[in-house]
Design a protein around this ligand. Structure first.
Ligand SMILES: Nc1nc2c(ncn2[C@@H]2O[C@H](COP(=O)(O)OP(=O)(O)OP(=O)(O)O)[C@@H](O)[C@H]2O)c(=O)[nH]1
Length: 842
């Protein structure tokens, strides 16, 4: 069966553009251009026909006038002959009555010849007396006046004039006979003479009449012939014009048909080739045409579908989002109905189409009514398979709102959801504190990354997110909001329940282990829990406080839950205040508001004193000087500096300032000499590969004896940045610098790392030392670290030696050095060593 051609779309009334509307007069003009020759010919023909009728009428008037003229003249001649024989006065009257007809005609003609059309009224009266038909008189006058100079009418009038003289002679003769009759009765001879004269005049008049009739006949025939020729000529012209026009029209039509066929074929080929499914229906929604793509999409052929209702084949999938089972069918039905009634209708929709074989695809359905001024006559439906695009859109939408690694909601989406909740809380009658938010940060996650690699780190993040999901209630939102940071939104959850969930999570985190080669990796989790209550109203505030709460959990020794109720808790304010510290640190670095303090480290044995170099052994510490002159402890701002990445800058300032001061001291040989000056290097600085270059450059630049320098690094920082730390330690030790392992015993205490880091001093963490006299376990730890250090050929330093008892106890245990209030409080660097200038830079 041949494929049905698609209907050629026609512009609807509503769709007619101004350009299309403007085209209408053009069409009219072209119509006029093509028919004007016909119109002109028709006008000529009409004028000709009217003139012909007029001329023919006038000729007929001449003919019938001539017959009246002839009758009158003959009556007059016979009446005069009778009078001449009988002398009967009645015959004489009849003569006059008869003669009056041709004489009236003659007088009328003479007037018209003389005066032209101006003599029309009198001439008409005379012609009426000449017994001419009243309705033919005008034609007679018209022809006489306007055509007298033409050949045929000129001849006709000339023959008429020929009769003028015999007529006048007849009248004169009649007068003579009458006069003679009055005098004496005529003799037979006289009568014979009169009759002979009358007869002769009659012959002349008959001659003139015959000649007139001949000319009239000739003229009529010539006129007829001429009119025939003209009419036939015009008819022929019209015929040839018509033929030419019809031929042109046929050619034009043929060309248009060819073009139409071409367009139609192109349209069919295009429609068959394009990916979009195109279906045309009549105004009632019955299928008229559909292309191959439409057949494939609906799973039926055109033959099966043609003339059936399209709505019967547009099945929306029941799972279609936002559409009921017959959503698409209803849409099509409504679209057609609306179009028919001239109502506006949304011309596009996306739905899940279920084809005849129950394959479901997402399609975009567009609709265009086709119609004329009266209304819609057809409708074109275009279906485009947008499954792939929709999938991409969904994927993109998912990617925009989710974290790739864990599949959890990302920070952006979490913030949005939190914003929505906060907004709802403002408007709804939700009791404050009905919701809570948790901020979770894995502990020492960097260590996993650095020691087992990022892939292991990723596996840990996934394992943690799976654990978190298991711990949550339905409806809670879990998000990964940063590298090793998660957030949970607990809706409609009392703070007590939230605390319970947080504790469960913390416990469960301890059981999360991933096997990585030989190693079993685990990580603790620090949880900040915040009750969503006044004055926390904005997303930024809530997240900042939650972040701080998790920081608070870290400060409590990690693997902790820090629950913050804004109405009750005050401590978090300290963490929130850290942000302010960041600004102050930056300002201090730029404005020179930092200064150096130094705390003495005392050798507890002469042996140790010698090792330290015999001079002063100090640790340089940084302080901040506030505008009001108050000196701020580093405890307050170092955590903020560490957390917000400012430590490398702070460390460099300390190094530079210390070396500058030491250089000055060494040059001026002020006493007491500093034999060992400890400078702290933070974890972030240790991770900075350019730090070594900086230190070497500064030592060289200031000409400080490297043997007087001791760099303090923490165990955690060293382990986190182990390769860099080993490189740094080895390079600087080669120069003569020494190293201390700071806060030993507080962190991960991976004793194995000590073997790789050949430090000179082990600084026992102050927290263990501070209560060692009351805590036997701590004392044992101090003892153990001391033995470990000595076993590794290191000297030990105990921090927080706050009382003389502790110092004595440390001395008794064989600790090499003590540092703390009992030994000496931190002093401005200048006071300690009587430096020439203050170490505070203003
Ligand atoms: N494997 C892995 N690591 C990541 C990813 N994103 C960030 N990180 C790392 O996660 C670590 C986060 O470290 P921090 O939270 O700053 O520090 P931490 O070691 O967890 O220490 P604390 O938080 O102070 O307990 C950094 O080393 C990042 O490089 C990731 O997608 N995969």
């Amino acid at each position: 069966m041949p494929r049905l051609s698609p209907p050629i779309p026609t512009a609807t009334h509503s769709d007619a553009t101004p350009v299309q509307r403007y085209a209408l007069p053009k069409r009219k003009r072209s119509l006029l251009l093509s028919i004007w020759p016909f119109v002109a010919l028709a006008i000529v023909q009409t004028v000709l026909a009217i003139s012909s009728l007029h001329i023919l009428g006038a000729m007929r008037a001449f003919s019938s006038g001539e017959s009246q003229w002839s009758k009158g003249q003959k009556d007059a001649t016979y009446a005069l002959a009778r009078y001449a024989v009988s002398g009967d006065p009645a015959a004489y009257d009849q003569f006059h009555q008869g003669l009056h007809i041709p004489m009236s005609d003659m007088r009328a003609r003479l007037m018209l010849e003389d005066q032209g059309y101006a003599a029309r009224p009198q001439a008409a009266l005379l012609l009426l007396q000449g017994h001419n038909e009243p309705e033919e008189i005008n034609a007679l006058i018209w022809l006489t006046v306007y055509f007298k100079n033409t050949d045929s009418i000129g001849q006709l009038l000339a023959r008429w004039q020929d009769a003028d003289e015999p007529l006048q002679e007849l009248q004169t003769l009649a007068g003579d006979i009458y006069a003679s009759m009055q005098l004496a009765p005529p003799t037979p001879v006289q009568k014979q003479s009169w009759l002979a004269q009358i007869n002769a005049l009659q012959i002349q008049l008959s001659e003139a009449e015959r000649a007139f009739n001949k000319v009239l006949g000739d003229t009529s025939r010539a006129m007829n012939k001429w009119l025939w020729s003209i009419n036939i000529g015009i008819a022929l012209a019209m015929l040839s014009l018509l033929m030419g026009h019809t031929w042109r029209l046929q050619r034009k039509t043929a060309r248009a048909e060819d073009a139409l066929d071409l367009v139609s074929e192109r349209a069919s080929t295009t429609l068959a080739a394009i990916g979009e499914a195109v279906i045309t229906t009549d105004a009632a929604g019955h299928v008229m045409y559909m292309n191959r793509a439409a057949e494939e999409l609906l799973g039926v052929s055109l033959e099966q579908l043609v003339t059936s209702e399209l709505v019967q084949h547009m099945h929306a999938s029941p799972s279609s989002a936002g559409s009921d089972k017959d959503g698409a069918s209803a849409w099509v039905q409504t679209a057609i109905a609306d179009a028919l009634q001239g109502r506006e209708h949304p011309r596009e929709t996306i739905f899940r189409l279920c084809d005849a074989q129950h394959h479901v695809r997402e399609v975009k359905l567009a609709f265009t009514p086709i119609g004329d001024d009266i209304g819609t006559t057809e409708a074109v439906f275009v279906l485009h398979d947008v499954s792939q695009e929709q999938r991409y859109i969904r994927e993109l939408a998912w990617q925009a709102t989710h974290d790739q690694l864990t599949g959890l909601v990302n920070r952006y989406e979490f913030e949005r959801l939190l914003g929505v909740l906060l907004e709802q809380t403002k408007h709804e009658d939700t009791a404050p504190g009905d919701h809570a938010i948790m901020y979770l940060d894995l502990d020492q996650f960097k260590v996993i990354n650095d020691t087992a690699g990022h892939i292991a780190g990723d596996a840990m993040l996934r394992a943690m997110s799976a654990m978190l999901q298991r711990c949550l209630r339905a409806g809670d939102t879990l998000a990964r909001v940063g590298g090793d940071e998660f957030a949970i939104l607990l809706k409609h959850c009392s703070f007590e329940d939230a605390k319970r969930i947080a504790e469960q999570i913390r416990d469960a985190a301890q059981n999360v282990r991933i096997q990585w080669g030989e190693r079993s990796l685990s990580a603790g989790i620090s949880i900040g829990l915040v009750k969503l209550a006044a004055p926390l109203t904005s997303v930024e505030e809530v997240l900042r406080v939650a972040d701080m709460a998790s920081y608070g959990a870290k400060q409590r020794g990690r693997n902790n839950v820090y629950a913050y109720d804004p109405g009750v808790d005050q401590e978090i304010a300290r963490y929130v205040g850290e942000m302010e510290w960041v600004e102050r640190i930056k300002a201090a670095l730029e404005g020179g508001h930092f200064c150096l303090y130094a705390q003495a480290i005392e050798a507890l044995s002469t042996d140790a004193d010698e090792i330290a170099g015999g001079g002063l052994h100090i640790e340089v510490q940084i302080r901040m000087r506030l505008p009001d002159g108050n000196i701020i402890s580093p405890v307050l701002f170092i955590p903020a500096a560490e957390r917000y990445g400012l430590m490398p800058m702070v460390d460099r300032w300390v190094v530079k300032q210390t070396l500058q001061t030491l250089a000055h001291l060494q040059k001026t040989a002020q006493s007491p000499a500093i034999s060992c000056c400890a400078i702290n290097l933070s974890g972030t600085s240790l991770g900075d590969e350019r730090l070594l270059d900086f230190l070497q450059d500064q030592i060289a630049r200031h000409g400080v004896d490297p043997r007087t320098l001791c760099f303090e690094i923490t165990e955690t920082a060293a382990i986190t940045h182990l390769p860099n730390a080993i490189r740094l330690v080895k390079a600087l030790k080669a120069l003569g610098c020494r190293f201390s392992m700071d806060d030993f015993g507080a962190g991960v205490s991976s004793f194995g790392s000590l073997k790789n880091l050949p430090v000179d001093f082990l600084k026992i963490d102050g927290a263990i030392v501070a209560d060692m006299l009351n805590e036997p376990a701590h004392r044992a730890m101090v003892d153990a670290i001391n033995h470990l250090g000595h076993a590794l050929d290191m000297k030990t330093i105990a921090e927080f030696a706050s009382t003389p008892e502790i110092v004595e106890s440390l001395r008794g245990m064989g600790i090499d050095y003590a540092q703390g209030y009992a030994v000496g409080r931190p002093q401005p660097f200048s006071n300690t060593i009587a430096a020439p200038s203050s170490n505070c830079v203003h």
